[in-house]
Design a protein around this ligand. Structure first.
Ligand code: DX5
Ligand code: ZN
Length: 231
C-alpha cells in the first residue's frame, strides 16, 4: 500500500503559538511539517525564514521539515535552511538560473531536494534532472496564499507526474499543495499523489484551545486515504 504522508502547512497555524501548534498537529497524526517561505518578490507575500525553522528544532520538533521556497534567487538561502534543520528543500524552477546546481546544492547540504511546479509550469523541467530530485511538488493553486481553491486541472498533471516518476524507477515523492481538504484528498490520492500539504484544511478546521483539536480532521483525512487505496 502507498505510504501516504500528510504535511500540514504551518502558514495557517497560529504563529503566536507555533511550537505548540506543530506539536499538536504531529500528535494528531501528521507526518511532515510543511514550511512555506515567501519573499515578497517571487510571490506577493512575506513569511518566515531559517530562524523559525531552527526555533522549531530547538523546541524539540523531530518530524521532517519540508521547506517550500517561494523565493528568488534560491541558492544563497539553501545552506542556511540546511543548518537550521530542514529535511526537504524544494524550489520553483523559474526562481533559479541553474536548476541542476540548486538541486545539487540542496543534496550536498545534506537535505532532500525537490522541484515545485506552478499550475502553468510544464513538467518538462524534470527531464534532465530526474536523478537529482527526491520530491516533485505540484501546486494546485498559484503560490503566495493559503485558503485558495484546488485547481481541478492539477489532477491530470498529477497523473502525468506519477507516470514519469514510475517510469524513471527513482524513489521520488509526489506532493500536492493548495486547496487540499478532507473532501478531495481521496480523489487527489487516486490521481497519484502520495504526500498531501494542507493548511487551511487542517488548521482552519479547529479554533478551540484544545490540544486534541486536530485529531478529528487528521482521522478524517486518513480514512479518506484508506478509502482511496481500497478503490
Ligand atoms: C501556498 C502555499 C501552501 C499553502 C496551502 O503558496 O505553498 O502551502 O499554505 O494552503 P491551503 O492548504 O490553505 O491551500
Ligand atoms: Zn507550500
Amino acid at each position: 500500500m502507498t505510504d501516504y504522508q500528510i504535511a500540514p502547512s504551518i502558514l495557517s497555524a497560529d504563529f503566536a503559538r507555533l511550537g505548540e501548534e506543530v506539536e499538536n498537529v504531529l500528535a494528531a497524526g501528521a507526518d511532515i511539517v510543511h514550511f512555506d517561505v515567501m519573499d515578497n518578490h517571487y510571490v506577493p507575500n512575506l513569511t518566515i525564514g531559517p530562524l523559525v525553522c531552527e526555533a522549531l528544532r530547538k523546541h524539540g520538533i523531530e518530524a521532517p521539515i519540508d521547506v517550500h521556497l517561494m523565493v528568488k534567487p534560491v541558492d544563497r538561502i539553501i545552506p542556511d535552511f540546511a543548518s537550521a534543520g530542514a529535511s526537504y528543500i524544494t524550489f520553483h524552477p523559474e526562481a533559479s538560473e541553474h536548476i541542476d546546481r540548486s538541486l545539487s546544492l540542496i543534496r550536498d547540504s545534506g537535505c532532500r531536494a525537490g522541484l515545485v511546479f506552478n499550475p502553468a509550469t510544464p513538467l518538462s523541467y524534470l527531464e534532465h534532472v530526474m536523478d537529482k530530485v527526491d520530491m516533485v511538488l505540484l501546486m494546485s493553486v498559484n503560490p503566495g496564499f493559503g485558503g485558495q481553491s484546488f485547481i481541478p486541472a492539477t489532477l491530470d498533471k498529477l497523473r502525468s507526474a506519477r507516470a514519469l516518476i514510475d517510469e524513471s524507477g527513482f524513489d521520488i515523492r509526489l506532493e500536492i499543495d493548495g486547496g487540499v481538504k478532507a473532501d478531495n484528498i481521496a480523489e487527489i490520492a487516486s490521481a497519484g499523489a502520495d504526500t498531501f500539504v494542507s493548511g487551511s484544511g487542517i488548521f482552519g478546521c479547529a479554533q478551540a484551545d484544545d490540544p486534541h483539536r486536530y485529531d478529528s480532521i487528521l482521522r478524517q483525512m486518513r480514512d479518506e486515504l484508506e478509502r482511496a487505496a481500497s478503490i
